[in-house]
Ligand binder design. Structure first.
Ligand SMILES: Nc1nc2c(ncn2[C@@H]2O[C@H](COP(=O)(O)OP(=O)(O)OP(=O)(O)O)[C@@H](O)[C@H]2O)c(=O)[nH]1
Ligand SMILES: [Mg+2]
Length: 484
């Protein structure tokens, strides 16, 4: 059957499993008619007389007994409609509903059997089972949401931490759409002016001053780059932050992992080289999912298992948001002359942890921090700890939280959150803008510049769905659950 927005869809909106309440949603022009075949209001009123956005108590009956006309048969003896359940019914009149269409929600008990029977009754009464994400897709097609907001619906549902939720909510309110639309608007008006120049047969783009055009494009490019910078922050909040514990053997890395997790996850012994593999475990701190990663101590070794462990340590370091660089504060020369064979990037956040402070002399922190700063070429924040006495562990936890959430958790102006799809679109916009600037610099025809401006603005348009294709829409909405 050809699927159109003119048909009426139904779906179970609540998650699988038992629950106090379950909801079946019906959306489309016949929502009320479909519902009227299933719902028998306790007030004895007809569905058509319902006031919108109000809850009404009702018996839910299997539509099969009612026939498609919608008028209940009163031949009670022969044709008693089966009551499936009792519940509440709400009608949301178009356009004031989630999808922008007429919507009826049936709230019954959260039993899979009840919900399935109600849904089946809806189908018998003329509705079609919704496809994944079809309710939200209709909301988008009816202009209730832009595409970035529709994706934020899914991100809200999937948020695994408060921080991820906050981020999804900001996009649901349209912050990303707004920012992108501003950029796109600016590009489109530049495009207009460039094209006006072409239409009037001007030889070059003196129509708008070359320098002025360059300036505007450079500014837009910088804005696109700023939004792209937010990608890493967004990912960290959505998927959680990765904190990798590294350092030489036997300094207490696994001990720190265990104490931070509050459980004995990793094996601790006094034998250097105890940890051979990468160990991961997640905790939630202040609404942020933090994945703590313990690694094999890094040293020169002939042991093939240990070598493989060290290789894995390196790749864990590359992917981490924060590195806890652990050294033995009691030193004995093990850290002052130890050259880190780890490729720690300058842009990576790092905390220096001086463990075993119970065995160390005073003043060791300052000395170690000085050495590390010299090696890395930047200042490093240092925390002194002792897993044995518990000293400094709370400070460490606090320092980790601060590093990870620096400026992110406060709804600071200018930060927007983007997903992989948005990032790819922004990267394409960036390339087009760079090419446009290049064309201007090398004095190419205005047509070339126009093509690139169009490319950049189309790429941005894909983020909000102003420019879109069925393929993109299907890809996005197929990741939703049915009933959403
Ligand atoms: N005195 C003292 N001993 C500690 C402290 N933290 C850990 N240890 C001991 O140091 C030894 C090594 O600890 P681990 O946690 O296994 O060290 P590691 O860095 O994971 O070692 P590898 O996995 O071999 O690289 C164990 O005997 C721990 O009990 C501390 O703060 N003070
Ligand atoms: Mg270990």
């Amino acid at each position: 059957m050809e699927k159109t927005r003119e048909d009426t869809i139904c779906g179970i909106a609540t998650p699988a499993g038992e629950g106090g309440i379950g909801i079946v949603r019906i959306s489309g022009p016949d929502a009320l008619a479909v519902a009227s075949r299933i719902v028998r209001l306790r007030s004895k009123r007809g569905m058509e007389s319902l006031s919108s956005h109000r809850l009404h108590v009702a018996d839910l009956i299997s539509g099969a007994m009612l026939g498609y006309s919608g008028s209940p048969t009163h031949d009670a003896e022969l044709n008693v409609p089966e009551v499936i359940d009792e519940g509440l019914v709400v009608w949301m009149k178009a356009p004031h509903s989630y999808t922008g269409e007429d919507v009826v929600e049936i709230h019954c008990h959260g039993s899979r059997v009840v919900l399935r029977m109600v849904c089946e009754a809806c189908v018998r009464s003329g509705a079609r089972l919704a496809e994944p994400g079809e309710f939200t897709k209709r909301a988008f097609l009816n202009g209730r949401l832009d595409l970035s907001q529709a994706e934020a619906v899914l991100e809200t549902i999937r948020a695994s931490s408060e921080a991820a939720l906050r981020m999804a909510q900001r996009n649901l309110r349209g912050e990303l759409g707004l920012r992108v639309n501003q950029l796109r608007g600016r590009l489109l008006s530049l495009l207009c002016e460039v094209e006006a120049g072409i239409d009037f047969g001007e030889e070059d783009i003196s129509f708008i001053q070359r320098d002025q055009l360059m300036g505007s494009l450079e500014e837009t490019l910088a804005d696109v780059e700023r939004v792209l910078d937010c990608a890493a922050l967004g990912r960290r909040l959505r998927e959680g932050a990765r904190v990798t514990i590294v350092g030489p053997p036997n300094v207490g890395k696994s001990s720190l992992l265990n104490v931070l997790l509050g459980e004995d996850r990793a094996i601790v012994t006094d034998v250097p080289g105890t940890t051979r593999d990468v160990i991961e475990e997640s905790v939630v701190w202040d609404g942020v999912v933090v994945t703590l990663i313990d690694t094999a101590g890094v040293r020169e070794t002939d042991d093939v298992v240990e070598q493989e462990g060290i290789k894995r340590t390196r790749s864990a370091v590359e992917q981490s948001d924060l590195i806890l660089y652990v050294l033995d504060a009691s030193g004995g020369g093990t850290w002052s002359d130890w050259c880190p064979p780890l490729a720690i990037g300058k842009h990576q956040r790092l905390l220096l942890v001086l463990n075993k402070s119970d065995l160390a002399e005073d003043g060791v922190a300052a000395k170690a921090a000085g050495i590390m700063a010299q090696r890395l070429g930047v200042g490093v924040k240092t925390v002194v700890t002792s897993v044995r006495t518990g000293m400094g562990i709370d400070d460490l936890r606090q320092a980790i939280r601060e590093e990870l959430t620096k400026g992110v958790l406060e709804p600071k102006e200018g930060i927007v959150f983007i997903n992989a799809r948005h990032r790819l679109a922004l990267e394409r916009a960036r390339v087009s803008l760079e090419e446009a600037l290049d064309s201007i610099r090398s004095g190419r025809d205005a047509e070339f510049i126009a093509v690139d401006l169009r490319g950049a603005s189309d790429a941005l348009g894909e983020i909000t769905g102003a420019i879109t294709s069925d393929e993109i829409l299907n890809r996005i909405f197929s990741t939703f659950c049915i009933g959403k």
